[in-house]
Design a protein. Sequence first.
Length: 576
Amino acid sequence: MFILSPGRYDPEQIEQDIAALRRFYEGKGFFDVRVGRKLVWSPDQSELQVEFLIDEGPRYKIGRVVFEGNTKVPTPELRKNLKLYEGQFYDAERLERDRRNIVKAYSPFGYIYPGGAYVAGQSDPDYLYIDARHTVHQQPGETDLVYSIHEGKPFHVGQIRIKGNYKTKDNVILRDMRFAPGELFDASELRDAQERLKARPYFEYVSVTPIGTDPTYRDLLVEVLEARTAQFSVTAGISSNGGVGGGVTYTQRNFDIGNLPEKWTDVFTDRAFTGAGQRFTLSFEPGTIATNAAAEFVEPYLFDQPYSLGLTGYLRDRKRENYDDRRAGGRVRLDRRFGYHWSAGVALRGEDVRIDNIDDPPERPPEIVEAEGHSTLTSASFELRRDTRNPGLFSYSGTLTTARGEFYGALGGDYDFQKFELNWEGFYTLHEDLTERKTVLNLRGNAGYITGDSVFFERFYGGGIGSVRGFAYRGISPRSGTAQDPVGGEFALTGTAEVSFPVIGDTLRGVVFSDAGTVEREVEVTTIRSSIGAGFRLILPILGNQMPLAVDFAYPMTKTRQDDTQVISFSFGYSQ
């Protein structure tokens, strides 16, 4: 089998492996380790077995942690966030995290950190350098850790120079730089700005570098390599919530509604409708359970101010348990950002809803039968949001909190009720290796409540991906009718604790989790459904970072007889 094919003997590779083993052990505090190798040949000299011989020696503990050269930041301030301190075994991974925390402590004071240790004649004496070295005691098994800090001096931000953006407007880049010329240099904020730009779909490569020779100012050079932002895709996918489906989608992730084409052929190039950071999408997605068509336009900085505008029109056709739910409508949304973490928004929505193809009406609940045919649904919603998550596509720190109220019938229509939701999500890094791959704890809590005479197709349902896994999509719900069909509840409460950890690079991650929650007719808790499980997330380049292949296996721990369970929840797709 090709995956079990034997390797070829390479003496140079053996020596490199010995060096790698030695570095690994030294990074874990085995400073006296000895690594050798023994070659064992088969009788006919056709095969070779390599045995690595390791004498670990003692593992060294930290005797003292000493700081030298720090005048701006006091030693107690540098010590308080240390992960590697007296009495612990030496660990190179923890040391590197501590070095980053030291840089963060110096960041508010204008110091520029290029990395590495200061070397006279080879390094800029005006920059911050941090050299971490260990000094072994005469008695084996103990070492001191010494941080030698060369502080340099503080700088202010000069000009921000942008290079490489032949399509994207400068202001699209500058609004992710949360500092202005004249402000003190902040190394942590610089790193966050670079991560924010990398997370944008406009660029394949981003580098932000301080440049210049001015004694008190340093310019920032922002170099970007622009990505292809227009995408025409043909997709196919399957999920335990939505069945088998496909689609044809055109998306321009760096749209500019004001960049009109000079000739009609410009529409198919990067010379028209690009550069302002807007998003425009046209999609048609037929499927066995759900069919959707939509057009969407989003302006994230309306008039270059902290407002965002979203316009959406859609057609949706969904086959439910025993009926079809068809909708045609649109939505207008306006958001206002307050600083970097808070935002508030208002949205107006209008829909024509058609419930038809009811299977065996005498068996169905009266809530469903009475809603058969066309009805008009309108709403006005208000949302308050606080987002402190780290920049980038993968969340590993911070929280996201949203409070939302939706008032149905505010613009007329056939229904008059109110829906309130409160959602919270927190991310906490439990471990980080030398390549900065993180093990992350994700906690989620969601609560919802409806007042007034609600309609079943706008109520709360539970189960499936994004809810309580181990239960089918909409498998947790109050029931009604002869056949005990789900009709939704007016009170919902769910929570999740999930640990995500790297398995292979940034491509494959594993998860273990526990979900719990309930959906009730009114504000009460009768039975808390719960489950435990594990799964994986696979991100493939051909799918794009936003389309992970997700599979979860969950076992229901508590349930009711009416609940619909489902051990496997999955979602994945293919796009080209």
